[in-house]
Design a protein around this ligand. Structure first.
Ligand code: SF4
Length: 439
């Protein structure tokens, strides 16, 4: 009796191909599957027992599964279709011919449309000692940076990372200059402490951006004012309640994510604070974060740092409370307590006028380009910091090897940069000559 084969491609997104194939009458046999991309690249893989891997990804029947990553470099040009065929029995898998969706070349643009903040939180990782005045991203720089929007996943083009977005005099104008189809790429963090009128909050609620991260660490007016120095709880709550009333009217409103920093003096507040935030404006996630070490906050941290024991006790309390499933914890890094205890590098620390790029300006900076300099580019989606004036640095490449102004770069440059990170990284894929169309 002839063997019956079955199988199909389950998933071909984010540069990955998942599928399965088996011989019905011989369940112990494992089949070899040839994966073919429409641009001529092929690879043969064994359909093996991947139950654990595929269950984690929630994809297909892993008993006869296969999974592979397609290197960005071999599939980044044009639309690519993927087909699969078993070597044994020459059986073409169902869903062959489906489109391969590549990973986004850029995983994050951690931008800042200003260089400053309206507050001075004592735990802020940004040292504002040498930051003078408020500088804001111009329409021109923003429009050049916005050309990167198609290259990043939803929510991963940030308007604020190290500073405060809401103090930009034309925040809504920048957002509204982006075509509606690309607004989902945008998100930002805010302390929500600047007084905002109804018009602004209404515009935010209907902006179609992906998400807004809101910082809040205390519901006690005095403690709030000490932790969010320069801010008032009353203003924060007024903004939040009115934002909530406009968001409820809008099904497409941005997702909300709260961020609360926990210290010795506010840890007891956390369960009630999480609940109150949820009551005013429900969020998809409420992040509870431990302080990050920086030399300029060493002294403050020494007085206010939470012990690991209290941090863990707080986690237990919240994790066992009803209705707190949306809470995510960001544990202290392994060396955080030690760094604060020793005030690591505090005696040699010198503040800088900007979080990166020093005193560089668009007129005096020196380009550092890793493609030209043949510097090592990590083989992973690109991740950048973007300054208010357009200076852009890579999060994992030293400034000596990557420093540019975004105004001078095209989206094509970033695709080439991602491709350049994978030179020689596709050895298990083979190039076959494409069949010529008959004439
Ligand atoms: S609100 Fe954020 S950016 Fe501003 S001072 Fe506080 S921690 Fe720093």
């Amino acid at each position: 009796m002839a063997n019956n084969f079955e199988g199909h491609i389950d998933h071909s997104g984010n540069g990955s191909i998942f599928g399965w194939a088996r011989m019905v009458e011989e369940p112990k046999t494992r089949l070899h599957v040839k994966l073919s991309l429409s641009n001529g690249w092929t690879k043969t893989i064994l359909a093996n027992d991947l139950r654990e891997d595929l269950a984690k990804a929630g994809i297909g029947d892993g008993r006869y599964g296969f999974h592979t990553k397609v290197p960005y470099r071999i599939a980044s040009r044009g639309e690519i279709k993927v087909s699969c065929q078993t070597i044994e029995g020459d059986f073409k898998l169902e869903k062959s011919g489906r489109r391969l969706e590549l990973e986004y070349p850029i995983s994050l643009v951690a931008g800042d449309i200003t260089n400053n903040c309206n507050l001075r939180c004592p735990f802020c990782v940004t040292d504002y000692a040498l930051v003078k005045g408020m500088k804001s991203m111009s329409d021109d720089v923003f429009s050049k940076a916005a050309k990167l929007l198609p290259l990043v996943p939803d929510g991963m083009f940030w308007l604020s990372c190290m500073h405060e977005a809401s103090v930009h005099p034309n925040l809504m104008g920048l957002i509204e200059s982006v075509p509606p189809s690309l607004r989902k790429k945008i998100s930002f963090t805010t302390n929500l402490c600047k007084k905002m009128d109804d018009e602004m909050l209404k515009a935010l609620a209907s902006s179609n951006i992906h998400s807004i991260r809101i910082s809040i660490d205390s519901m006690d007016p005095e403690r709030f004012a000490a932790l969010r120095k320069g801010g008032r709880l009353e203003t924060f709550l007024d903004n939040l309640s009115r934002l909530s009333s406009f968001m409820i009217q809008n099904e497409e409103a941005p997702k909300i994510r709260y961020i609360s920093m926990v210290f010795e003096n506010n840890v007891h507040e956390m369960p009630a604070l999480i609940q109150k935030c949820k009551d005013i404006l429900p969020a998809g996630v409420h992040e509870i974060r431990f302080i990050f070490y920086q030399p300029h906050i060493a002294k403050w941290g020494q007085k206010n740092l939470l012990s690991s024991k209290k941090w863990n006790a707080m986690k237990d309390r919240i994790q066992t409370s009803l209705g707190m499933d949306h809470v995510e914890f960001f544990d202290p890094l392994p060396d955080t307590h030690k760094s604060f205890e020793q005030a690591k590098d505090a005696d040699t620390y010198r503040p800088s006028p900007a979080v990166f790029g020093g005193t560089c300006s668009p007129t005096n900076y020196r380009i550092a380009d890793p493609i030209t300099n043949q510097a090592v580019i990590p083989d992973e989606p690109l991740s950048f910091r973007l300054r208010w004036d357009g200076l852009i640095s890579h999060e994992k490449i030293p400034e000596n090897d990557f420093l540019h102004y975004v105004q001078n770069l095209s989206p094509e440059y970033f695709i080439k940069l991602r491709e350049a990170s994978q030179i020689g990284r596709h050895s298990d894929w083979q190039r076959e000559p494409l069949e010529m169309p008959r004439t």
